[in-house]
Design a protein around this ligand. Structure first.
Ligand SMILES: *[C@@H]1O[C@H](CO)[C@@H](O)[C@H](O)[C@H]1NC(C)=O
Ligand SMILES: *[C@@H]1O[C@H](CO)[C@@H](O)[C@H](O)[C@H]1NC(C)=O
Ligand SMILES: *[C@@H]1O[C@H](CO)[C@@H](O)[C@H](O)[C@H]1NC(C)=O
Ligand SMILES: *[C@@H]1O[C@H](CO)[C@@H](O)[C@H](O)[C@H]1NC(C)=O
Length: 235
């Protein structure tokens, strides 16, 4: 008991200080990131900036435009905003873009299939797409057009099922994170093209049974697969 009250005595002021600190840091950050920050070469960071609309951001003075930046830009970080939907073609001029982090937004729709001036344009260099903690109920369509994609993070969304063509042509994909969704069904052929798959995270979903066919593909069998915390029905 005595030990307990001691702990309380120490922890309360600590908790209070942490709150105050966190509060002022948060305030500071809001002001600090009211636009975007970028190093004028490789990376653009617009995190926690209250962005709701990418089209508006694109028109703002903080958005890079000069062709030399578009060609060198490798990392864009738009995490912790309030973006709800967008078309990936907003980034198509960033021809060297390797990582795009749009985690922790309100995204329920992303379109990847796109055309620009009559021809298909794609983010040929994009290796890592991070969409954790959003509101997607399905896997974005057209991922196969991102021909360099190695890492795809879709954890903590509300994805319900994995359909046959969701990962079609994603031959370079190595890490696929689908943790913390509501997936209850996986098409047995959905992973057929993932010949380079190394890590598959499916924990904390609503899987009751997984069609054994899903794992008949040897490349899937070789991967490190996490299926914990589902609702397996043992028959
Ligand atoms: C943010 O900036 C505005 C205007 O510059 C200022 O009025 C406000 O107090 C600042 N907020 C914080 C938390 O510093
Ligand atoms: C993106 O920004 C968040 C928050 O500032 C940070 O935690 C994360 O490391 C950044 N990621 C990249 C790739 O810059
Ligand atoms: C993406 O951003 C989130 C939130 O800011 C951060 O926690 C995470 O580490 C970032 N992930 C990557 C791969 O940059
Ligand atoms: C996969 O790529 C092939 C060849 O480019 C194409 O014909 C097919 O439509 C693509 N599949 C999907 C689902 O995008």
């Amino acid at each position: 008991m005595e030990k307990n009250s001691d702990t309380m005595g120490i922890s309360w002021p600590f908790v209070m200080t942490s709150f105050l600190l966190a509060g002022s840091l948060r305030g500071l950050e809001t002001n600090f990131t009211s636009g975007c920050h970028w190093d004028h070469v490789y990376s653009l960071r617009c995190t926690s900036a209250g962005i709701t609309n990418l089209q508006e951001l694109q028109k703002s003075p903080s958005w890079p435009r000069a062709p030399r930046f578009l060609k060198t830009m490798k990392h864009i970080n738009l995490s912790n905003n309030r973006i709800s939907s967008f078309h990936l073609n907003i980034f198509y001029k960033f021809s060297s873009l390797e990582t795009l982090n749009i985690s922790n937004n309100y995204i329920s729709m992303i379109s990847i299939n796109y055309e620009q001036e009559g021809k298909d344009v794609t983010l040929v260099s994009l290796k890592s797409l991070v969409i954790d903690r959003n509101r997607l109920t399905f896997v974005p369509k057209g991922l196969g057009k991102l021909t360099s994609l190695q890492t795809l993070q879709l954890s903590a969304n509300s994805i319900l099922r994995i359909q046959r063509d969701d990962f079609a042509n994603c031959t370079q994909l190595q890490n696929l994170d689908l943790r913390d969704n509501r997936i209850h069904k996986i098409d047995p052929d959905a992973f057929r093209d993932l010949r380079n798959l190394q890590i598959l995270r499916l924990s904390n979903n609503a899987l009751v049974s997984i069609t054994p066919l899903v794992f008949l593909y040897s490349h899937v069998l070789r991967a490190d697969i996490d299926l914990s915390y589902n609702r397996w029905a043992y028959k």
